[in-house]
Design a binder for this molecule. Structure first.
Ligand code: FES
Length: 352
């Protein structure tokens, strides 16, 4: 039977099934990219800081979204953070995932993150929803910031769904600083939008809540109406939304965004990876990453951000020439980040 194809909407959805596939890909974990009118990924300052934190509370904050409050076991002071920071969370299964801090930076004794449950994701969100409970101890690394709030007098913040997590502290900071700011917060329904109660404490005239069920899918014009000259626009949400905004972005404002999904592979070409330990040889097509292909063969392969900055997926290269595509993956190194880097040609043999 031929399946009917529908035009993709702003969120990249073609139909219900593909919607969930898209959600799966962009909400699997927290993944960071900042763009300052440059396609080059900026280096992220590494923070050599890990700690075991206790889960103080797990609270439902929207449909399929829970917020976790984390604290030091002794209730002590935690490292400071700024809006846009995230934590690397080491889950009991060994998975490592990244989540934006979405609490109050002035609260030095707790961190808060929020996680949307994605049944078809990489398993991290489901593990948190189904298995992490109050009293559990989780190892974290960070906080670190790949999506800083740029100092400016005028802001437009755009959040798509769970993308509100880094944006919420930014909005609150901009408001405290007396900046001229606007927030557009989009999602499928109000029930899916976390932290509406906290936004209710801010001037409602500055906030636009748009939900697809009542307002329809927003266009780039809807989202960028307030991107006036000199405005710093900070966006976090689904990759298709970010791509739509980028395509229509005015030249006299500045765009800073955070993806929840890897950017599409550009200038890709096919190559092979040989997994040394199994001897399997896999074909990596031009439009996919080595990680995506290897993950099908080895579901437990380590990864987190899928955008080349966290280092989780780094593997040793035993032979072959690597097209290094991440700033933290220096040319000449005999390792590669399999989420972004590729072969220049032919075959790579990896220590996997
Ligand atoms: S998964 Fe983060 S660098 Fe590859």
């Amino acid at each position: 039977m031929t399946r009917m194809s529908y035009p993709a909407d702003l969120y990249g959805r073609r139909d219900r099934d593909r919607f969930w596939v898209a959600v799966n890909t962009f909400f699997t974990s927290v993944q960071r990219v900042r763009m300052l009118r440059s396609p080059v990924l900026p280096p992220v300052r590494e923070v050599d800081r890990s700690a075991d934190l206790v889960v103080r509370s797990v609270r439902k904050v929207a449909e399929d979204v829970v917020a976790l409050t984390l604290a030091a076991p002794d209730g002590g002071v935690l490292p400071a953070w700024h809006p846009g920071c995230h934590l690397d969370l080491h889950l009991p299964s060994g998975r490592r995932r990244q989540y934006s801090l979405c609490g109050d930076p002035s609260d030095r004794r707790t961190y808060r993150i929020a996680v949307r449950r994605l049944p078809d994701g990489g398993g991290g969100s489901v593990e948190i929803h189904d298995e992490v409970t109050e009293g559990d101890v989780l190892k974290i690394q960070g906080p670190r910031n790949a999506f800083p709030l740029i100092p400016r007098d005028r802001y437009l913040f755009i959040a798509g769904g769970i993308g509100i997590t880094p944006i919420l502290p930014m909005v609150q900071a901009a408001h405290r600083a007396g900046a001229d700011w606007r927030l557009i917060y989009t999602g499928r329904t109000r029930e899916t939008l976390p932290f509406l109660d906290e936004l209710a404490g801010l001037p409602s005239a500055r906030i636009t809540i748009r939900t697809d069920d009542t307002d329809g899918i927003p266009t780039s014009a809807d989202l960028l109406a307030d991107a006036t000259p000199g405005t710093a626009v900070h966006v976090c949400g689904p990759a298709p939304m970010i791509d739509t905004i980028r395509a229509a972005f005015p030249s006299d404002a500045t765009l800073h965004y955070e993806r929840f999904a890897p950017a599409p592979v550009t200038n890709g070409h096919p190559f092979e990876v040989e997994l040394k330990r199994s001897g399997r040889v896999l074909q990596v097509p031009p439009t996919r990453s080595a990680l995506d292909v290897i993950k099908e063969e080895q579901p437990d392969v380590a990864y987190s951000c899928r955008q080349g900055f966290c280092g989780t997926c780094k593997v040793s290269v035993l032979s072959g020439d690597v097209d290094q595509r991440a700033p933290s993956d220096p040319p000449g190194d005999d390792t590669m980040l399999i989420c972004v880097s590729r072969a220049t040609k032919g075959r790579l043999t990896l220590d996997l």
